[in-house]
Design a protein around this ligand. Structure first.
Ligand SMILES: C[S@@+](CC[C@H](N)C(=O)[O-])C[C@H]1O[C@@H](n2cnc3c(N)ncnc32)[C@H](O)[C@@H]1O
Length: 289
């Protein structure tokens, strides 16, 4: 009998992984309702503000979102938006809508998640005009491709796929016109941790082998990121990220809620990191990001 690997064949394990998508977006919904940062769109994916979250959790999410956004925006600036973004395990993430509002959209923004999550996201987009309007506005013909498990428009595409099945992932990305020659930013925010290290290293290596000019931003526990095939890799633990965020804004959010145990926040922040790795065939100077 074939032995089972963790989170490989088990539907129950995959279901638990899919549930993490709701955890992330309900925490983001709560933190934005408190004013930690502005996200005009998360409310359309998570209606209820939900149960109160501890201030440590809210500050942790604040550092995570601000840190990821700083790197995303730096890549878009460096490439002058002449690039693609692929958000792996995107869940109910709202980055595409933020970039549209800030007028810094890449040529195309791809999202990938399990078909079940994608179907839910597409349902929200279809039924909520503030989500669908930006897609329609940035699309050149009257009809968008929309089926239960994928949505494709000129600037935004969402694909149902399992990130552990690389041939199928590659085929779907090609079907939706990914261009490997264009500078491409890959994002994985709390995603690789749900795979075995063999699976996540295959995914990271596939990106390095397929995209000559690329950057990979990964938010996660410290030990995970694998550098093979990448020209330069940087990692900052979240304690450091938090300390380099704009002071004025950090002071503002630290006034939002009283934090009893600073040590707990420090432990939480030290446990996570943001890593970014680059390959720069076009010599755009990505390593200086
Ligand atoms: C913790 S959530 C993070 C969601 C989003 N990146 C964020 O930070 O708000 C992890 C996401 O990764 C997705 N995911 C994990 N393993 C996956 C796999 N093998 N294939 C596709 N999606 C996966 C889950 O379905 C879930 O939406």
């Amino acid at each position: 009998m074939a032995s089972k690997q963790p989170f490989t064949d088990s539907d129950t394990a995959d279901e638990a992984v899919r549930a993490t998508c709701d955890d992330a977006s309900t925490c983001k919904r709560f933190a934005t309702s408190k004013g930690y940062w502005t996200d005009l769109y998360v409310q359309y994916f998570v209606r209820q503000i939900g149960e109160r979250k501890a201030p440590e959790i809210n500050r942790g999410y604040y550092g995570r979102v601000r840190g990821m956004n700083l790197l995303i925006d730096a890549f878009l600036k460096k490439t002058q938006c002449d690039c693609q973004v692929v958000n792996l395990g995107a869940g109910l993430d709202t980055t595409f809508w933020r970039l549209k509002d800030e007028n810094i959209m890449p040529k195309k923004f791809f999202e990938v998640d399990f078909p079940m999550i994608v179907a839910r996201k597409i349902h929200h987009i279809k039924t909520k005009p503030p989500l669908s309007k930006p897609l329609i506005e940035t699309h050149s013909t009257d009809s968008l491709l929309l089926d239960g498990h994928s949505l494709d428009s000129d600037r935004y595409c969402i694909i149902g796929a399992d990130l552990r099945d690389l041939p199928a992932l590659e085929e779907k990305l090609k079907k939706f016109q990914i261009n490997p020659e264009l500078p491409t930013l890959f994002l994985s925010e709390c995603v690789l941790v749900y795979m075995t290290s063999e699976q996540s290293s295959k995914l990271v290596n596939w990106v390095a082998d397929t995209f000559p000019t690329t950057m990979f931003i990964n938010y996660e526990q410290k030990e995970r990121f694998l550098s093979a095939g990448w020209e330069s890799v940087n990692a900052l633990d979240m304690m450091t990220v938090y300390s380099v965020l704009p002071r004025e804004d950090v002071t503002r959010i630290e006034r939002l809620e009283f934090l009893d145990e600073r040590e707990l926040l420090q432990q939480l922040l030290q446990h996570y990191c943001i890593c970014w790795a680059v390959k720069d065939k076009l010599s755009l100077g990505e390593a200086s990001i």
